[in-house]
Each structure stands twice: as structure tokens, then as C-alpha cells.
Design a protein around this ligand. Structure first.
Ligand SMILES: [Mg+2]
Length: 229
């Protein structure tokens, strides 16, 4: 990583463990709302169905078949329905708790803090995240990441998102950086890796699975960054 002075990280599922934080809140809600008895199932089964239903809804949302309100206001009831239980009002209450608590999750990806402590000695660290200002702000604040980063660029604040080239140009301006000094690290190949490469940056794909990629570098664990920098 010659000439690199600035390291830009994605947030969700790169530093902040979205999956772990989500499961933790679901577990709390499963207990608090006594879903074990209402749905006549165990948590593992419930979480599996939630994952499937949620994925389907997000796919429908990205194809513009449903609205964000539909996704938000029906999700838990659709999960309930899989267990022959129907309760729209309870579904709304659970949704509010979920959306309120999830961004406060503190689970980070393995090796996150030790790697950031290592990298910050010789590099300027920044975040570029696609998401909502308030939610991403709460996440960064609650999990103790804030002080590691010189700049935190949240897509909603600038009406720009990865992989648009303009957001990478904006990030350079904020960091007083030249493009050859920048590298982007993230778990989304299109937004993080291709976006950065198209902007003339270097890129590192963070994918725990064995992925075959033809562009940029690849790591499976954040700690591997200590070997690259
Ligand atoms: Mg991500």
C-alpha cells in the first residue's frame, strides 16, 4: 500500500457488526414479548424465519414493489403469520423497540479496535457510510468508534452515496487528500470496491467468505490489515 496516507472504512458489516447487533436485539424482544409462547417456537427458529422474511422484503423494496413504510410496518407481523399468529399492533410496538435499540448495538467486527489502534499510528482514518444521518451517528457514538476517525461522511448528509464518484471526491476534500493517497475498505463489492477504484483510489474487499474477485485486494478478517499496512 505504497503512498497511502488515508484509510477510509465502510461502517455496516465492515466495522460495526450489523448481524450480531440485530440478533442481540431480536433475542431481547423475543423474551420481553413472550414470543416463545405466543408463536409456540424457540428463538433459533424465530430468528431464522425473521432473516428470510426480512431478506425477501428488502429484495421487494429494492425492486420498488413495496414501500419503506410497508417494510417497516408489516415485517414482524409477516414473521408472526409464519407461526399462525397475527397481531398488527404488537408488531408495530416491537418494530419501534427494534428500530430504537438496534443502532445502539456495541458489537464490532472481530479485531476491529486492535486494528484501528495499529493503523491510527501511521494513517489518517475516516468513514464513508451509506445510511441515515441520525442512525449512523448513533451507531458510531454508542460503540466507541468516533474518536478514531478524522472525518465521518454519511451519505444522507450530502445527498450522495457510494458508489457515486462524487462522494469519493468529497471525501478527498474533507481529508485534504490526493486520490493516490486513499484506500477504501468495505464489505460491499459494488459500493465500496468498484466505487473507490472508479474514483482512482485503491480498494480492499472485506469478505469473510472465500470470494473470487478480479479487482482490488481481499481480506477475510480486519486483523489482516496489519500485514498490509
Ligand atoms: Mg457495509
Amino acid at each position: 500500500m505504497k503512498n497511502i496516507k488515508h484509510i477510509f472504512f465502510d461502517l455496516d458489516d465492515t466495522l460495526w457488526d450489523f448481524e450480531k447487533n440485530s440478533i442481540y436485539i431480536l433475542q431481547q424482544l423475543f423474551l420481553e414479548f413472550d414470543l416463545k409462547h405466543k408463536l409456540k417456537t424457540d428463538f433459533e427458529n424465530f430468528a431464522g424465519i425473521y432473516k428470510t422474511v426480512n431478506l425477501q422484503l428488502w429484495q421487494q423494496y429494492s425492486k420498488k414493489e413495496i414501500t419503506k413504510d410497508y417494510l417497516r410496518n408489516r415485517r414482524f407481523n409477516l414473521v408472526f403469520n409464519q407461526f399462525n399468529y397475527d397481531n398488527y399492533d404488537e408488531n408495530i410496538i416491537i418494530t419501534e423497540h427494534y428500530l430504537n435499540r438496534a443502532p445502539k448495538g456495541k458489537h464490532l467486527k472481530e479485531g476491529c479496535i486492535e486494528t484501528l489502534n495499529y493503523l491510527k499510528q501511521n494513517y489518517h482514518l475516516h468513514i464513508i457510510t451509506n445510511g441515515f444521518k441520525e442512525i449512523q451517528g448513533i451507531k458510531i457514538e454508542s460503540c466507541g468508534l468516533k474518536d478514531y476517525f478524522k472525518n465521518i461522511i454519511i451519505s444522507e448528509e450530502h445527498q450522495l452515496s457510494k458508489p457515486e464518484e462524487k462522494i469519493f471526491r468529497l471525501a478527498e476534500d474533507f481529508a485534504f487528500a490526493k486520490k493516490e493517497e486513499c484506500v477504501m475498505i468495505g464489505d460491499n463489492f459494488e459500493s465500496d470496491v468498484e466505487g473507490a477504484l472508479n474514483a482512482g483510489w485503491k480498494a480492499i474487499y472485506f469478505a469473510p467468505e472465500n470470494s473470487i474477485i478480479n479487482k482490488g485486494s481481499h481480506i477475510k478478517n480486519l486483523s489482516e490489515l496489519k500485514l498490509l499496512f
